[in-house]
Design a protein around this ligand. Structure first.
Ligand code: ATR
Length: 279
């Protein structure tokens, strides 16, 4: 039977998900199709019922529905419930169940590139930004046993709200972006999750980088451009770099795993995706 997959959002023009999931299907020898559904908000409920009737295997969810879809679903897994956002839905015997693969996708991509981050849970982590993506990453880092995760954000209350996800063992301070800029040298891992520096605003960075040192891993979850201003400056200071397109790949791979119970072979997809993004 042909497996139907898709993505819902509005607007959804330049998504890379169809490319990624078509490759996954091919590599896994599964006959299937991944379709983009651009759905306006007043149609969301009806369209979800149609997708259910079409016997869709599963779909991804993007802006602006990651939160709005929650009351329309039949259930949520624990991670999606705690994070309060859904980016993956699986059709399990006619019931639409919501998942969130962003945080695990980020962590797997990091640990693949820097395996030492898997073993050492005492590293000092700075999360820049306190939006939906930061929330997912913070939750998973916390769940995975990392002990020290500070948050730097423009708006204090958004950062504060993320720390409500923390277990008692985790130490978290909330900083301004200015304070964080001064303290960058004291972190082992810096994770940039804001949209500052994303095309067409490539000339911007959310923090000053002068204190980054060469022992630090600097991650940016932005993948357009692949080399954000933050990553360029960090590389100039000798820091170790972790690019955003790898999170995109690993969160997609985890969605695929939820739908089919098997992981796709990623092989050279990281390089291929990078080339695609670099045009
Ligand atoms: P996402 O789902 O991609 O995480 P989001 O939920 O809209 O997106 O979150 C965007 C993040 O980028 C927030 O942390 C936001 O800061 P605030 O909490 O202060 O709103 C941050 N952000 C957006 N524009 C920014 C800017 N010009 N300077 C600093 N931070 C910015």
């Amino acid at each position: 039977m042909k497996q139907l997959l898709g993505l819902i959002g509005h607007p959804v023009k330049h998504s890379l998900s169809p490319w990624i999931h078509s490759k996954f299907l091919e590599k896994s020898n599964i006959e299937g199709m991944y379709t983009v559904f651009d759905i306006s908000e007043n149609e969301l409920k009806d369209q979800l019922n149609k997708l259910r009737q079409k016997d869709i295997r599963g779909f991804n969810v993007t802006i602006p529905y990651k939160q709005k879809i929650i009351p329309l679903l039949d259930g949520l897994d624990q991670t999606a419930k705690e994070i309060g956002a859904v980016n993956t839905v699986s059709n399990i015997n006619g019931k639409l169940i919501g998942f969130n693969t962003d945080g695990i996708g980020y962590l797997r991509s990091l640990q693949k590139e820097y395996p030492e981050t898997l073993a050492n849970k005492d590293i000092r982590i700075l999360l820049i930004g306190a939006g939906g993506a930061a929330r997912g990453i913070y939750y998973i880092l916390n769940q995975s046993g990392y002990q020290s995760i500070d948050i730097a954000n423009r708006t204090y209350k958004n950062a504060k709200s993320i720390t409500s996800l923390k277990s008692s063992k985790v130490k978290s301070s909330i900083l301004t972006l200015e304070e964080a800029s001064e303290l960058l040298g004291s972190y082992d891992l810096i994770i940039q999750t804001t949209n500052v520096g994303m095309k067409p605003n490539e000339a911007l960075a959310p923090i000053r980088t002068s204190w980054i040192n060469d022992a630090t891993i600097v991650s940016d979850i932005i993948y357009q451009p692949i080399w954000t201003k933050l990553l360029q400056e960090a590389a100039d200071r000798g820091a170790r770099i972790h690019h955003g397109h790898t999170m995109l790949l690993y969160q997609a791979s985890y969605s695929f795993e939820i739908w089919f119970g098997q992981s796709p072979l990623l092989e050279d997809m990281d390089t291929q995706l990078k080339q695609l993004l670099e045009g």
